[in-house]
Write a new protein. Structure first.
Length: 384
């Protein structure tokens, strides 16, 4: 149990909370600000890195991920200093993956070259749609032409470039999505994150939806058809789903996200960042303050954590199942037993296999394509 995290690896997540504009569908912790003191933010990040490293000494750091928000608004010098400090505090893996999220509107060739020099070796770009009308509906501030130009800049600087698309958008047809996805796959990419539009409470879309003003959303059956078409088209292009919403050419999977899904340890730093760390044999969930000002103030006085909680064996096992079942490789039934002290009910596994929701090979259980389409129901059955 004390070393279970080694099955997933060890990563570092840095949250940059600022964006140029707030998208109406977004429920991430992001804020719009015209006055950002980069030196103050860097000082706070470095302070938190040192505190976290003191609790997790002698570890090999597999990945760093700059998320947000829009991390491509960070000064390259800030990114470089964070990477250098992380490499000094932990032992960097020989093939350490360093990812940075970017929005097309904030991409500049000089800035991207500077990120590469800083140590970033993978870019994840939030394109979201290859259709100008839908980009406007989604509140994006870039055009398709700008997105393509930004993508070309990224590909010129980095060997590994991923981008995100949202489907099941307002007034979107199945045929339009098939065409758009095929177009995306024709670009020189090795990784795609493909998310169904979800309406979250507390967002602008959520407010409109609650009063009946968000029109044109597809019915559930149509959205399911889009999901199934997504799997078919990506597989035919050599980009199968290695996770419910993520597709990659073999070997190009996001190693940082695999740490989450394989239930490794990860340090979360920055406003609203979450973490899972094992300290003195006890696995803990960490959570930081949400608002940028509060986070900066608490780091200056003590640390940026809002709370941490020791996870029970059953809580860890449930988290492991919920994360690993998302992967095409599935979960290790024996690892679940080792974490929880109790095995998964074999009769439930057998029932889910009989109805085509999972497959069992040796001691691994994996969701089938039909099972991934209703994954929450599969999880409820296994944990119920």
């Amino acid at each position: 149990m004390a070393d279970d995290w080694r099955n997933g690896g060890f990563g570092l997540y840095i949250h940059w909370p600022f964006c140029e504009a707030k998208c109406p569908y977004c429920d991430f912790n992001s804020h719009v600000s015209g006055n950002i003191n980069q030196k103050q933010w860097l000082s706070s990040y470095l302070s938190e890195l040192r505190r976290a490293a003191a609790e997790t000494p002698d570890r090999v750091l597999n990945t760093i991920f700059f998320g947000g928000g829009t991390p491509s608004l960070m000064a390259p010098e800030t990114v470089a200093a964070i990477i250098a400090e992380a490499r000094a505090l932990w032992r960097p893996a020989n093939n350490m993956e360093v990812s940075l999220e970017a929005n097309p509107g904030s991409v500049e060739a000089g800035r991207f070259a500077a990120y590469r020099e800083a140590g970033v070796n993978r870019i994840s770009m939030g394109i979201q749609a290859l259709n100008d009308e839908d980009l406007r509906r989604l509140g994006r501030i870039h055009t398709v032409a700008e997105a393509r130009a930004a993508f070309d800049i990224a590909r010129g600087c980095f060997d590994r470039v991923s981008f995100d698309l949202i489907y099941a958008r307002q007034y979107q047809t199945l045929e339009a999505w098939r065409k758009e996805l095929t177009e995306a796959l024709s670009m020189a990419i090795d990784h795609l994150s493909l998310y169904q539009l979800t309406i979250e409470t507390g967002t602008a879309f959520g407010d409109r939806y609650s009063v009946g003003k968000l029109r044109g959303l597809p019915e559930d059956d149509k959205a399911a058809d889009m999901y199934l078409a997504t799997q078919e088209i990506c597989e035919s292009h050599g980009m199968p789903a290695y996770e419910v919403s993520n597709h990659a050419a073999p070997g190009s999977e996001s190693r940082h996200n695999l740490i989450y899904w394989r239930y490794g340890d990860y340090v979360g730093i920055g406003p609203g960042a979450h973490g899972r760390i094992t300290v003195n044999g006890r696995r803990m969930a960490t959570e930081t303050h949400l608002t940028p000002r509060t986070w900066l103030d608490t780091v200056a006085h003590k640390n940026g954590e809002k709370k941490r909680a020791i996870l029970s064996a059953q809580e860890q096992a449930s988290e492991y199942l919920m994360m690993c079942i998302r992967l095409s490789e599935g979960l290790d039934v024996d690892r679940y037993t080792s974490i929880s002290g109790l095995g998964l009910p074999q009769h439930k596994l057998d029932h889910l296999q009989e109805i085509g929701m999972i497959t069992q090979e040796g001691r691994r259980a994996s969701a089938t394509p039909n099972g991934r389409a209703v994954l929450n129901a599969v999880i409820r059955e296994l944990l119920g």
